[in-house]
Design a protein around this ligand. Structure first.
Ligand SMILES: Cc1cc2nc3c(=O)[nH]c(=O)nc-3n(C[C@H](O)[C@H](O)[C@H](O)COP(=O)(O)O)c2cc1C
Length: 273
């Protein structure tokens, strides 16, 4: 019996429009089951899982096969504690047995160019950073899917961009390497399970032929109600989603240090021409 109808119900609060029939397969069911987990058991990640998730990550498409990303795997409790503090005191980084930091990595290609006695002027442009960030994100998401397929759980950690230079120092990153986000990997604490969080309805994100701005505010407000019901089921009553997302962009201070990202990138060796 397919879990798809129930998964769609959880993903949208209401499921898809009546009459919409989508293909059922185990990959789609797996993707629709995603939940960010922030409560972990101390149980170590079994041998071979790190290599499996990296193989999955390396199987993602990569711009022009440049492969301008890397990942640092951290298990040392002291280093995890330092990174937890740098990322805004997120306890799950300390508690999780394995913490990954995904990197936009222009250092490898730069070193290869130098070894050939060549310039690498193309790396001085914003485009090069973008390629590295896109490569890292695609690799990481493949890894996230693999992690969940192995019965492990995960959550991305953008908080490491609050203090990118300190994170770079802690991880010994050379110039031209930028920590894009972290990722917790471990077994979910069954005593504190995470739920599937609904998303905004498909008409908000799926535009046919041309973009439509007209319905966006109405869709966002409709999603407020869906998310409020979800939070109520979790015993919580946070501000409406439309309030929360605006509070995240209202002022530079809301960026928690990331408002100085251009300066941080310059310090990390990115010219961003
Ligand atoms: C790039 C990125 C950075 C994130 N950073 C954090 C973070 O620092 N801390 C955290 O607890 N969750 C973080 N998240 C998780 C999101 O809050 C989460 O994906 C979102 O609320 C949707 O919930 P779900 O993943 O359970 O569906 C991040 C997610 C992404 C994609």
């Amino acid at each position: 019996m397919s879990q798809l109808p129930s998964l769609l119900e959880h993903r949208y609060g209401t499921g898809l429009d009546a009459g919409t029939v989508i293909p059922v397969n185990t990959v789609i069911e797996h993707l629709l089951s995603h939940r960010s987990v922030r409560a972990y058991l101390p149980t170590p990640v079994p041998a071979g899982c790190l290599e499996a998730l990296v193989a999955a990550a390396q199987s993602a498409s990569t711009s022009s096969n440049l492969q301008v990303w890397s990942v640092v795997a951290i298990e040392d409790p002291e280093r995890k504690a330092k990174l937890a503090a740098l990322a805004g005191n997120q306890a799950h980084i300390r508690d999780v047995p394995l913490f990954l930091v995904w990197l936009a990595d222009l250092a490898r290609i730069d070193a290869v160019a130098r070894a050939q006695g060549e310039q690498a002027e193309g790396l001085e442009f914003l485009e090069a950073l973008l390629v590295g960030v896109i490569d890292a994100a695609l690799a990481a998401q493949n890894a996230a899917v693999a992690i969940e397929s192995m019965g492990l759980a995960t959550v991305y950690i953008g908080g490491i961009r609050n203090k990118p230079e300190e994170v770079a120092r802690e991880l010994g990153l050379p110039p031209g390497v930028f920590p894009v986000f972290g990722m917790c990997v471990g077994y979910e604490d069954p005593a504190r399970p995470a739920a599937i969080k609904p998303r905004i309805a498909q008409p908000a994100v799926l535009h046919r032929e041309q973009y439509r701005l007209e319905d966006q505010v109405r869709e966002a407000q409709a999603y407020d109600a869906v998310l409020a019901k979800f939070w109520a089921g979790e015993g919580m009553n946070p501000p409406a989603w439309t309030r929360t997302i605006v509070s995240r962009v209202k002022t530079p201070a809301a960026l928690h240090g990331r408002e100085r990202l251009v300066e941080a990138l310059h310090n990390l060796g990115f010219l961003l021409r």
